[in-house]
Design a protein around this ligand. Sequence first.
Ligand code: LHQ
Length: 265
Amino acid sequence: MADAAVLVDATTPGVVRLTLNRPSKLNAFNQAMMSEFKAALEAAAGDADCRVVVITGAGRAFSAGQDLADGVYLKGGPQPDLGLVLDSYNPIIRLIRTMPKPVIAAVNGMAAGAGVSLALACDLVYAARSASFMQAFAKIGLIPDCGSTWFLPRLIGDTRARGLAMLAEPLLADKAEAWGLIWKAVDDDQLTAEVDAVAARFAAAPTHGLALQKRAFDASARNSLDAQLDLERALQSEAGQTPDYAEGVGAFLEKRAPNFTGRKS
Ligand code: LHQ
């Protein structure tokens, strides 16, 4: 559907590519885009044939965050409860973090507000060198949301987190990479090819093992080393029972390329 707010491309086996598609509004999230995006993510999460999800934006931006013209401000009237608006966003952030497969953000241009949080929720963030990340919230009297106050200090430390959030200045992709906010900045004309290559790699990866890695990394943020060692033990037990573990070791010993199914059992 050409006028869909989210384009879903599943033509490459194993890969679902979601494109935020309101380019004239810099892919700001209105309610329609929000519900289409959530439905597409849920479908990808539950589809065993989908082994990696790529999220990107149409046009010159990744996403400018919440559509500020869509019900979050009433001129002269009582202001709506933004907590209720976040009830739509938070399940999306949780879904990306818990989805049992890698999710890649291909940040093609400006990301602002919740658009940054969305990218940071992904497992790997690739960004075009011309892209930038702006915690725009302070400009309108809000706090970073959709996980940004959790992601930022963990990824770049408290000093840089507060500076980015309170000054609301754009951070260019190269610096974002140098700070560890994102995995990689790439030349603009290489972004699609580079992300497609990584996605193809994940489409043939031991997917359940990667899902267990996501669980381990997320849990590490709240665990002691002791608790994390116990969790690793439990998750490694599970990983060791997958057909992909047997295939991986077998292929190594037989000096051939592995053929992973991605399945749990
Ligand atoms: C937009 C938007 C936009 C609507 C560009 N909304 N139209 C908040 C509240 C509630 C709960 C949930 O959580 C949140 C989280 C948030 O995300 S709050 C933060 C929301 N985002 C922002 O504050 C960013 C606002 N946008 C900007 O500051 C600029 O547009 C940036 C710096 C991103 C880009 O600037 P320019 O390159 O100069 O583009 P532009 O401003 O001319 O925008 C192009 C069009 O997109 C324009 O529409 P128009 O019809 O006039 O051509 C903008 O109005 C529209 N647009 N962001 N968030």
